[in-house]
Design a protein around this ligand. Structure first.
Ligand SMILES: *Cc1c(COP(=O)(O)O)cnc(C)c1O
Length: 354
């Protein structure tokens, strides 16, 4: 019996995508490859809600964040991070390594980054150039309202709004242009239902303008090079072309469902899991639960919950990270999940509650 993945990345891969991955390799400098690059662009723009170029980098999500950090700034510039979990902490660490002066706004894990966290910080720290926020903090299963946060950033500063949308894109509504988002990053192994290995990111015209003056050293991850190549329907270096071919099919699947339906399905799946689990006696870790992943406290009476899900139901979930290790499980419902899948995980959780 094969394993049922309920992890927030990698997510299950639909058969139509697996079929594309089994095809013979396409040469990345061929006319056919250029055609793939040209055809994926409108679909990516629809998913991101932008009319800007969406760049596809051959790396995981973290690589695209690194690319943005080194392509958009100068050492010594101030960057603010709304730090409410493990991924936000990673962005703090990386900004420091690249020489930014980091304003680290700590928000307790399990809580959303809120507008009030931003107001005071932006007032007491003028000249902030970038504000980083995580749309769905995967370490805690927490959703933050980036639309409202972006509004405050624009009211109070000239900073770029930089969004880690790696686990939220496709699960939560996001409109890059309409919401004034300057940097939006996602990854292939999350809502795109692909294997790991691609990151997608888009920059607003303001962010591109900043990149022209950026001085942090980078070469492979230089977004100016990536953009120049993308305008010619190609990439500066050898891309993960097989994954890019599969991305074309991923976009067809996503857009056949339609963004509104996609968001609604994720909402319905997440609320079904949350209500069934809490009715069975589980407690949610987050006070602002995400539609991509649910973090549930492990009941004291079932400390082996994750192991039991795997051995008795062939269901793989993710555990807690850092101080949450052994305290929570994280159930992914980002990607190609049906009501029947949610029924399966909910029933298993109910049966395992002593
Ligand atoms: C998965 C994830 C990342 C990290 O992405 P990698 O692809 O592992 O580099 C970053 N942020 C969030 C919110 C994620 O869920």
């Amino acid at each position: 019996m094969s394993e049922h993945l309920f992890t927030p990345g990698p997510t299950p891969i639909p058969q139509a995508i697996l079929d594309v991955l089994a095809r013979p390799i396409l040469h990345h400098r061929s006319v056919e490859a250029q055609g793939v690059f040209r055809r994926i662009q409108p679909g990516l723009q629809q998913v991101f809600g932008t009319s800007e170029l969406v760049l596809v980098l051959s790396c995981s999500g973290t690589g695209a964040i690194e690319a943005a950090m080194c392509s958009l700034g100068r050492p010594g510039e101030k960057a603010l991070v709304l730090n409410n979990g493990k991924f936000a902490q990673r962005w703090v660490d990386m900004l420091q390594i690249f020489g930014y002066e980091v304003v680290d706004i700590r928000v307790p894990w399990g809580m959303a980054a809120e507008v009030q966290h931003l107001h005071a910080a932006l007032e007491s720290h003028p000249n902030i150039q970038q504000v980083w926020m995580v749309h769905s903090e995967t370490s805690t299963g927490t959703f933050s309202d980036i639309k409202s946060l972006a509004e405050v950033v624009h009211q109070k500063s000239d900073a770029l709004v930089c969004v880690d949308s790696i686990s939220s894109l496709c699960a939560h509504e996001l409109h890059m242009d309409a919401w004034g988002l300057d940097v939006v990053v996602s990854g292939s192994q999350k809502g795109f239902m692909l294997p790991p290995g691609l990151a997608m990111l888009s920059l607003s015209p303001r962010a591109f303008a900043k990149s022209e003056e950026a001085t942090i050293p980078c070469y492979y991850f230089d977004l100016r090079k990536a953009r120049a190549s993308a305008m010619q329907d190609t990439t500066p270096w050898t891309p993960a072309i097989s994954l890019i071919c599969a991305l074309e099919t991923s976009l067809e699947i996503l857009l056949a469902e339609g963004m509104e339906h996609l968001w609604a399905r994720h909402e319905a799946n997440a609320s079904m899991l949350r209500s069934r689990a809490t009715a069975a006696g589980y407690r949610l870790y987050s006070s602002s639960p995400s539609n991509s992943v649910s973090a549930l406290y492990i009941p004291e009476s079932r400390p082996t919950l994750a192991k039991d899900l795997l051995s008795q139901y062939s269901i793989r979930v993710a555990g807690g990270q850092d101080h949450l290790k052994g305290k929570i499980i994280r159930v992914g419902h980002l990607g190609a999940y049906t009501t029947a899948d949610m029924e399966r995980i909910s029933t298993a959780l109910e049966e395992l509650m002593p």
